[in-house]
Design a protein. Structure first.
Lengths: 264, 328
């Protein structure tokens, strides 16, 4: 387990959350550092989504606290999370499909003049600037978002997170719905955000991507942290074992069952 | 049928408005041919005067429908706020104070709707259906079912006074429409109103107080209904507990006819105003042509049906409601 002495932007301490009888998270503690890409991996139901939803304020934890900067919080609301600099790019992207690109990028952050009227021109200029910097090509900013491609939509959601102006950005399965080229783009984008000093947290099922970009990997299993590993010091097979919980299971996964079936 | 689908997809608010404009134009020519009286200023002032009430109510209804909601209680709120104004006037309160009291009663009824819908997450249809009955009931109880009449000139001025060539209801309708269009298209409240109809959860996750905005929208609807109450009561010099009967249906019809999506996310005050004008012209024309009112009811019903069918067909092909465009 790698540790860094100090300088974390977020310190999660002893977070627990259960839904009825099912405990989704149990006593999870984790530090998040600026300029670093931290991957959170785990099987379905391991608690990854619950963890990032707590961070982005969408879900209230039952116990534990979140320290952001100098202050500790028992829970965050989406408003508070954004104010504290935590933005999330959700798996469903949380876009309003019937509204245009500009309205979506600035959702909740509209620029107003005279304290009241929306400054459309300024917003379009700024949206264009951010989209260009992300190399997301969207011909018209007036297009309803529902008509854009998966990659464009993902780019737009990232642009919104950047406009929100935080220093921590959370990606939930950013490449799950994308093709090869678009995935590569999103990966490059996350690397650039980290290089710019932002803390990047990414949930992914794709271990190949995880090893390509992350510096640390946090493995969740049954709502608990199984390990936090440095990418440089671990092997994908080791991470798979941690995700599955037992080394022999990973051997079974190696299609040995299929072979024995064939032998019968 | 990709051609039809492409056609429906390109059917946006602007297209609705062009179509409405053309219909108004053609109808005007036809009615002018049919009756020499139609194109007189006297008749047009009558049409505008009759449409003013519907415009006022429909501005609020446009906001509600843009959030993918509905407000069935506006007709009843119109009656209740008129009754409140009348009771206040007869109890000796000043005209200004009475009007403010009536408007406050309407806004409060809207606020109540909004709170139930947003905080308890109950369907707007159910909440406002109940509110329709409750509000009408209160208006009937307060008046014991008997209309209240006889107010001072300074009150009835609001319904039948003169401001240049027009009267106060026409001016109020115009001002409310301009204000409504400005708010819907150029303010955060308008942006969030439209976004609420698309994806409320996205607003919440972006840190927007989605429930508060939804509550505001229903309060606006209650307030515009109360302004309608002022118009009706002042015009007739009578507060009638059954005023505004079925007015909600006319307002919903005007909003849908104006190109606002029943499922929210897209809407236009300009379209709503044009639709109100069209409905007003149609009623006026059918009356001039001596067509019995039963046929008026039927004609207007059929027009609304056509508007809703077009709106529905278009929505099935439009992005933004979980029914993404599929490849041919």
């Amino acid at each position: 387990m790698t540790t860094k002495p100090n300088g974390s932007v977020i310190r999660i301490s002893h977070l627990s959350k259960s839904y009825g009888n099912i405990s989704a998270l149990r006593d999870v503690s984790l530090d998040i550092y600026p300029g670093e890409i931290l991957a959170i991996v785990g099987d379905n139901g391991a608690g990854k989504s619950t963890l990032i939803k707590i961070l982005s304020g969408a879900v209230k934890p039952d116990s534990g606290y979140i320290k952001v900067g100098e202050n500790s919080y028992q829970y965050l609301s989406p408003t508070k999370a954004i104010r504290l600099g935590i933005s999330a790019v959700y798996q469903d992207l949380a876009l309003v499909d019937c509204r245009d690109v500009v309205s979506n990028i600035f959702l909740g952050r509209e620029i107003v003049k005279v304290g009241l009227l929306i400054d459309r021109g300024k917003m379009e200029k700024e949206a264009r600037r951010v989209l260009d910097s992300l190399q997301v090509s969207i011909p018209s900013l007036k297009t309803p978002v529902g008509l854009l491609s998966g990659g464009q939509r993902q780019g737009l959601a990232v642009a919104r997170a950047i406009i929100q102006g935080g220093n921590v950005i959370i990606f939930d399965e950013p490449t799950a719905a994308l093709g090869v080229q678009e995935s590569a783009k999103v990966i490059r984008l996350m690397q650039e955000l980290a290089r710019a000093g932002m803390a990047v947290v990414v949930i992914s099922h794709n271990l190949h991507h995880v090893f390509e970009i992350a510096e640390r990997i946090c493995v969740l299993r049954h709502g608990e942290i199984a390990a936090v590993c440095s990418t440089r010091e671990s092997q994908p097979s080791h991470i798979v074992e941690l995700i599955m919980g037992a080394p022999q299971i990973t051997r079974d996964v190696n299609f040995s069952g299929v072979q024995s079936d064939a032998a019968n | 049928m990709p051609q039809i689908r492409r056609f429906l997809l390109s059917w946006n608010e602007e297209f609705s408005q062009i179509l409405l404009g053309l219909t108004i134009f053609v109808l005007a020519i036809l009615l002018d041919r049919a009756s020499p009286f139609f194109m007189t200023w006297e008749n047009w002032r009558n049409i505008l005067d009759q449409s003013a009430l519907l415009v006022i109510i429909s501005v609020g209804m446009t906001f509600v429908i843009c959030t993918s909601g509905i407000d069935l209680s506006v007709g009843a709120i119109t009656a209740l706020s008129g009754v409140c104004m009348a009771l206040a006037l007869h109890s000796g309160l000043s005209v200004e104070a009475s009007i403010l009291l009536g408007l406050a009663a309407g806004a409060a009824a809207g606020l109540f709707n909004g709170l139930l819908i947003s905080q308890l997450n109950i369907s707007p249809f159910i909440v406002t259906l109940a509110a329709m009955s409750v509000t009408r009931g209160i208006a009937l109880i307060l008046t014991k079912g008997i209309p209240i009449y006889g107010f001072s000139k300074s009150f009835t001025w609001w319904g039948s006074g003169h401001v240049g060539p027009v009267n106060p209801p026409i001016l109020m309708a115009l001002m409310l429409a301009l204000l409504g269009a400005l708010v819907l298209n150029r303010t955060k409240l308008g942006y969030y109103t439209l976004a609420l109809g698309g994806n409320e959860e996205a607003l919440r996750r972006s840190g927007i107080a989605n429930k508060a905005y939804k509550t505001i929208v229903y309060t606006i609807s209650g307030l515009t209904a109360a302004i309608g109450g002022l118009v009706v009561t002042a015009r007739l010099n009578t507060a009638e507990p059954l005023a505004g009967w079925m007015l909600e249906l006319d307002a919903i019809a005007a909003v849908v006819l104006g190109g606002t999506d029943m499922k929210g996310g897209r809407g236009s005050i300009t379209g709503t105003v044009m639709a109100c004008l069209l409905l007003g012209m149609l009623r006026n024309g059918l009356t001039i042509l001596n067509i019995p009112s039963y046929y008026q009811q039927l004609t207007i019903g059929l027009i609304i049906l056509v508007a809703i069918v077009i709106s529905e067909l278009r929505l099935r092909n439009a992005p933004g409601h979980g029914n993404m465009m599929k490849e041919d």
